[in-house]
Design a protein around this ligand. Structure first.
Ligand SMILES: [Zn+2]
Length: 271
């Protein structure tokens, strides 16, 4: 995990322009247009190097709230396969281009993915309920960026800020729906369809066609044994839907994946 940028005030910043500068720095990477005329005229936007994809929960905040929160957040880069320790519940993460798996770990060490989270969601927000997540852990599926904030700060915001309350509770409701859907999916749908649904969800969130991921990692995320994933991936490759080579998986025929996916894909997609 690498901190790309934080938005704390620096002594060299003119206080009159500091918020504008910080806002413009962030705004430069946003892929949607929100009005910020009051800020853009105050200072030029510095060059920005991280992926221009903003978390939709943060994007839904009014500009004045976003400007107020940014100094309390860091922009971080997450590597594929990186684990965010379950014991490190001191931060809440808002993925941007990173895609993250929320896994449940059994006593024997086996895991199953209970939810996949991209720029539509947030990880660690259960801290607002003061609940323990000891059996859960978080692993990055697709590398990318995220914004993070200390859980104590977000909890304070949640206590009095109705906009943040509404956005987080709305997302957590959708998150619970995804967890429920995955439970039903695992009980009733064949592995090939489940795997296609998983690939489509990853494709939607990462917004790219190629991923660095091994079959071992895919079996962990999908919750099946490695030989099963190998057979299913070969079948999809033979039909020209995907390709894989040396830890890289490419989506070749998205429509074919949609035709093979189970109904859960559309259900989760329409949340
Ligand atoms: Zn399903």
């Amino acid at each position: 995990m690498e901190i790309i940028m934080n938005y704390k005030l620096t002594e060299t910043m003119d206080p009159k322009f500091s918020h504008a500068t910080k806002f413009n720095r962030y705004q430069a990477g946003r892929d949607h247009q929100k009005s910020f005329e009051n800020f853009s005229s105050a200072a030029p936007a510095p060059a920005r190097t991280r992926t221009p994809m903003m978390n939709t929960i943060l994007a839904a905040l009014p500009d004045y709230e976003l400007v107020r929160l940014l100094p309390k957040m860091d922009s971080i880069a997450l590597a594929a396969g990186e684990e965010i320790s379950s014991s490190d519940d001191s931060y809440v993460y808002f993925p941007e281009s990173a895609v993250i798996s929320h896994l449940y770990m059994l006593a024997d060490g086996n895991t199953v993915e209970v939810a996949m989270i991209g720029s539509e969601g947030v990880i660690g927000a259960c801290s607002i309920f003061d609940s323990s997540q000891s059996a859960h852990y978080i692993r990055v599926i697709a590398e990318g960026t995220a914004m993070r904030i200390k859980a104590t700060i977000l909890n304070n915001e949640f206590a009095y800020n109705r906009q943040i309350q509404s956005l987080l509770l709305n997302y957590l409701s959708a998150h619970l729906t995804q967890i429920s859907q995955k439970s039903v999916c695992k009980s009733f749908h064949v592995i090939e369809s489940r795997f296609c649904t998983w690939l489509l969800m990853l494709h939607d969130r990462a917004k790219r066609n190629r991923f660095s991921i091994t079959q071992e990692q895919m079996s962990l995320f999908v919750g099946v044994y490695r030989p099963t994933i190998t057979l299913v991936a070969k079948s999809l490759k033979d039909r020209g839907l995907i390709d894989y080579k040396r830890g890289k998986v490419s989506i070749i025929n998205r429509q074919g994946l949609e035709d093979t996916a189970c109904e859960c894909y559309l259900s989760v997609n329409n949340m």
